[in-house]
Design a protein around this ligand. Structure first.
Ligand code: NAP
Length: 409
């Protein structure tokens, strides 16, 4: 175990271990948390109460989370000094303890670190950003049938235009690169994507579909225009599907050439859609999609647009994961104008916790939380963001919303 400067390892907990790429979770696992900036502390306090109550309800004191605070963002700068937005020991602790959950973090403005979230994903090689999008009855939504949406988006997290290969216009570096590309290839290469990065993401999405009995995985790409990057993403996706999961999958071509358009039972359909068309599809025919695998930038746009259809970012959960490490996180930002007012919706972090408990194999806890949250929203006891859109609702504070969920367990 490493020696940490400010992180205190709880004495009553045990480390989650990784054996053959699988988690071995003790009865009292240590889970790291970053409370986050702005509204983060309000949200974290409320969420932690919900998590502890659900674990207690599920296991009657036989299992318990040992929470371990780790630091990033403004709290880290205050504690570590030296403009340490993301201290090394925070990254090391997530590696060592495997599972972490976080509130939103301020993005430092100007120089230094570009984004704490992007840095965490890259430093820990959390290659899959997983965003489930589904509707909870009673949530205000702009759609006529929001319940038709129930998808899980797997967004590639480490490559594409997010890989940070960009240079300010008219600098020595940018001119050097432009000269090199022009002289050597006479064209611009802008979007690095690899077979390695694309295949492992698609593989993870298919494994998820298999383990959660989902009937299709859709590869979303812009390969009609960017043939060697986005187009290759599609090709590599089909390749990994038909080489590693041959018995389990049917491609859309095979569906018509071999099965007369009728999906054989127990198989997963692999299909692909062009990104712009997918935005239409999710609005008009959401029930035809279950799991989506897509490169980084497409995934970023698509997850927010899909979340908007079922009630917005206030309750959209997310996770960034590899096979051995995962960070579960709020998808919204720090909403600084509401900081310390005990006002905002803690739903995004609470539902990220639902994903986290599924990840560590404590599905019973997830089901308790989700059921209680559904009941709370349905009874129209909600925070300001939902209350302003719902007739006859009762507006409650962030902490009161958590108490209501606990009461409904
Ligand atoms: P934001 O914090 O997401 O807030 C934008 C608006 O979204 C808020 O004013 C509020 O809307 C609504 N909102 C956000 N969280 C909510 C919640 N929990 N409950 C209810 N409503 C919520 O976006 P921002 O103002 O652009 O960014 C603020 C800071 O957060 C920036 O430093 C940004 O870089 C950072 N950020 C961090 C993450 C992350 O850590 N994952 C993600 C995005 C942004 P109303 O005003 O309509 O009430």
């Amino acid at each position: 175990m490493l020696n940490y400067q400010h992180i205190k390892i709880p004495q009553d907990g045990e480390k989650i271990r990784i054996v053959n790429n699988r988690l071995k979770v003790p009865k009292n696992p240590i889970i790291a948390f970053i409370e986050g900036d702005g509204t983060g502390p309000d949200i974290w306090r409320a969420s932690k109460r919900v998590f502890d109550a659900a674990v207690e309800k599920a296991f009657n004191g036989k299992k318990k989370i040992s929470w371990m605070e780790i630091y990033a963002g403004e709290k880290a700068v205050a504690l570590y000094g030296n403009n340490a937005w993301l201290p090394d020991e925070t990254v090391e602790a997530i590696k060592e303890f495997s599972v972490a959950i976080k509130g939103p973090l301020t993005t430092p403005i100007g120089g230094g670190i570009r984004s704490l979230n992007v840095s965490l994903r890259q430093l820990l090689d959390l290659f899959a950003c997983v965003r489930p999008v589904k509707y909870y009855a009673g949530t205000p939504s702009p759609m006529k049938k929001p319940q038709d949406m129930n998808i899980v988006i797997f967004r590639e997290n480490t490559e594409d235009v997010y890989s940070g290969i960009e240079f300010k216009s008219d600098t020595e570096d940018s001119n050097k690169l432009i000269d090199f590309i022009n002289e050597s290839f006479n064209k611009k290469i802008r979007k690095p994507m690899s077979e390695f990065g694309s295949s492992r993401l698609v593989k993870k999405a298919i494994e998820f579909a298999r383990d959660n009995k989902r009937g299709s995985v859709t590869l979303v790409h812009k390969g009609n225009i960017m043939k060697f990057t986005e187009g290759s993403f599609k090709e590599w996706g089909y390749k990994v599907a038909t080489s590693e999961f041959r018995e389990l999958v049917v491609t859309e071509d095979e569906l018509w050439s071999q099965y007369n358009g009728k999906m054989p039972e127990g198989k997963i359909l692999i299909k692909d859609r062009i990104a712009d068309s997918m935005f239409q599809q999710l609005l008009l025919r959401p029930s035809e999609y279950e799991v989506v695998a897509t490169p980084n930038l497409n995934g970023d746009y698509l997850s927010d647009a899909a979340a908007a259809q079922v009630g917005g970012l206030g309750i959209a959960p997310g996770a960034n994961m590899s096979y051995t490490t995962a960070i579960f996180e709020a998808t919204h930002g720090t909403a600084p104008k509401y900081a310390n007012q005990d006002k905002v919706n803690p739903g995004s972090v609470i539902l990220s916790g639902v994903m986290m408990f599924n990840f560590i194999g404590w599905g019973k806890v997830s089901r308790i939380i989700e059921k209680a949250m559904k009941k709370t929203i349905k009874s129209k006891v909600v925070t300001y963001d939902f209350a302003r859109l719902l007739k006859n609702s009762k507006e409650v504070k962030c902490s009161e919303f958590a108490s209501e969920i606990i009461k409904n367990m």
